[in-house]
Design a protein around this ligand. Sequence first.
Ligand code: HEM
Length: 186
Amino acid sequence: MLLVGFVNNEYIHVSIMKGKYFCGNHLTIVDCHILPQLRSFQRGHIDYIPTTCLDQFPDIISYINNMLSLPIIRKWYGLGEPEKMFTTTELAMYRGLNGGPVYLGAKGLVFDVTGSSFYAPGSNYHIFTGYDASRALAKMSLDRNDLENPVIADLNESELQTLDDWIEKFKSKYAVVGRLASSAHK
Ligand code: HEM
């Protein structure tokens, strides 16, 4: 990846990155220098630079995320535990069977709905648990096909609004325990 950045705000540094970190696959002092520079682009305190300015560079975002997944870096920034990413298979394990936790995915987030009578095994909405329920929620559908194939690209504006309303409701009621790994909303 080609990484371009300001060093000491004085000159532009260009480097070809060949590994996970700036100088290969091991963390070096260069990474400790570059990371704050990159983060400063995203923090909205540089005049005229939108906080989304790096979003169109997936390699740079992935570099920042790699760095921010390191315990020592998280500790430095006071970031706590890294967010858990749920694959489809992993999420499917959280359906409350044998008294385990009950999770529901929607719009990139995973909500802990354990203890809610709506979703316990045998309840009306248990069908949503362990799935990315985005499409079903948006379409007010209880059809399993909408859960098996949760694309939302073809939804109309009113369906997308319905989905957003569900998300607002869920955020106000349930804890977010992670994100969906295979989601268009990452
Ligand atoms: C005849 C049709 C339906 C009726 C009468 C009905 C009624 C209700 C009622 C009374 C609640 C409890 C609301 C609360 O106390 O906050 C509820 C919750 C819920 N309904 Fe329905 N519903 C219907 C159809 C659907 C459909 C088609 C969906 C598909 C998306 C759906 C999804 C949900 C969900 C996800 C909850 C739980 C919300 C939460 O976690 O707070 N419902 N429904």
